[in-house]
Ligand binder design. Structure first.
Ligand SMILES: [Zn+2]
Length: 466
């Protein structure tokens, strides 16, 4: 069994790894590269393998940097099954339809500019019909159930605690009569976060692909982070300002709303309108509601009780684009939660454009910001940014609150690795170099691990562990 790293190998987006067993080829994730123009070209480029010769896809979760290129895969001839948790299958439908819509809108805007420059128009990466073809290939697979996806190849998913339906993938195959097992961590969630359960321990593998997003960081505790959020509300209320929160529609949004509902009275939220500005939020809420059996005890209690964030007084769901624009001229009194989580598209970009120049605006950044994104520029302290070609001065206060991350920090990742009876060779994926170099060192020092850094195009053999 051999694994070739295709994406999220030295960066956090574009997750994709090809597993070959001699007779079969399986793709783990088929994620979109995210960032700027260069990433558009990488997404549009041909795959490094022939999609027609691929036998199956196994999906770790529904974030677009893990599933966003599936429509291109299908367009280029893939017709096999796509295995994923049932909640992931439902979320993939919402996410890909949204990505297709955003992609088409983005290309229309760029083409208007290209036409003025005398350049030929670009085609969108994919459209709704391509997404429809992907959805027909989805094969739901519950946590903890083993499925023989191809002769001699078995897959088992377990809860990775990252977002609804997110999975750790265990892939077992018999190669020339000898068993081999590959474990792909997917994105590992933090221990102790509300709503999502803690990541499931795995005890054995011959090779581990481990995410390393926050491999160089220790998150501030959730208690301190939540207290900090309260302070931001106090300040913004005194200044009569706005609070903007870029968040992925799936994952951070639900946890942020959970904390707002939990502290509704203490933070004086009665004076605020809490706006969830997302064309897909309602559908995501429905999927979460249908799968609430997957929540932890805190999440179930909140969802069933009076602290259901979606029934909080002052809560507003904004789906219509024109409704969303009504908030552009507001100076204060609203908390706007909108995607995308890295500010590289979606409605948050418009809100930032209209509010970054004000000193009374507070931008709360709860998630990871990849290199090249507008969110990363804000986190790195840019005093000016360009939004849709217009220079915007940044006077708003930018608060990075790592403690609400959907990813485990260095300690969390190492603790999860401790569950292996015998830690196999580890290949670090889904992390920028600074993060994974630090994690590699910590894994070697604390667990005596053999660690490699995945590079695009590099292939490694899954050898027997003993
Ligand atoms: Zn993710």
């Amino acid at each position: 069994m051999r694994v070739t790293f295709l994406g999220a190998a030295g960066e956090v987006t574009g997750s994709s790894h090809l597993v070959e067993t001699g007779r079969h080829r399986i793709l783990l994730d088929c994620g979109m590269f995210q960032g700027g123009r260069e990433e558009f070209r990488r997404n549009a480029a041909a795959f490094d393998f022939d999609p027609r010769r691929l036998d199956a896809v196994v999906l770790s979760h529904a974030h677009i940097d893990h599933c966003g290129r599936l429509p291109l895969l299908v367009r280029q001839g893939f017709e096999g099954p796509i295995h994923a948790h049932p909640a992931t299958c439902e979320l993939v439908a919402v996410m890909l339809e949204d990505a297709a819509r955003l992609g088409v809108a983005d290309i229309e805007r760029r083409n208007r500019r290209r036409a003025r420059q005398g350049l030929p128009p670009l085609a969108p990466l994919y459209g709704p019909a391509d997404v429809e073809r992907v959805l027909r290939l989805l094969r739901p697979l519950d946590y903890g159930t083993e499925r023989e996806i191809l002769p001699g190849i078995r897959v088992r998913l377990s809860d990775s605690g990252h977002i609804l339906g997110a999975a750790i993938v265990e892939l077992s195959a018999s190669v020339d009569g000898a068993p081999r097992k590959l474990v792909f961590s997917g994105d590992i969630g933090p221990v102790g976060a509300p709503i999502m359960r803690d990541p499931t321990p795995v005890e054995d593998a011959d090779l581990l692909l481990l995410e390393s997003t926050y491999g160089d960081r220790l998150h501030r505790s959730r208690e301190r982070t939540v207290a900090e959020l309260g302070t931001i509300f106090d300040e913004a209320a005194r200044e009569r300002g706005m609070i903007l929160i870029p968040a992925f529609a799936v994952g951070r949004t639900q946890e942020i709303l959970y904390w707002l509902a939990e502290h509704h009275d203490a933070w004086g939220l009665g004076r605020w309108q809490v706006v969830l500005d997302s064309p897909m939020a309602a559908r995501v809420i429905e999927v979460y509601g249908r799968h609430r059996a997957l929540f932890d005890a805190d999440g179930r209690r909140a969802w069933n009780g009076h602290r259901n964030p979606f029934e909080m007084p002052g809560f507003r769901l904004v789906e219509d684009q024109r409704d969303s624009m009504r908030w552009n001229d507001r100076e204060g009194g609203a908390v706007i939660i909108a995607g995308s989580g890295m500010c590289n598209g979606g409605r948050i970009v418009h809100h930032l454009r209209h509010h970054l120049w004000r000193r009374t605006t507070h931008v709360v950044i709860p998630g990871y910001q990849a290199e090249g994104t507008l969110g990363r520029m804000l986190v790195d302290g840019a005093s000016k940014v360009r939004i849709h070609g217009e220079p915007i001065v940044v006077r708003a206060r930018i608060h990075t609150i790592g403690g609400l991350s959907a990813h485990a920090d260095q300690r969390g990742l190492i603790d999860w690795c401790r569950h292996f009876r015998r830690l196999p060779p580890v290949w670090l994926v889904h992390g920028e170099d600074r993060a994974r170099l630090a994690l590699a060192e910590a894994l070697r020092a604390q667990l005596g691990a053999t660690v490699g850094l995945a590079r695009p195009g590099l292939a490694v053999e899954v050898a027997a562990g003993s």
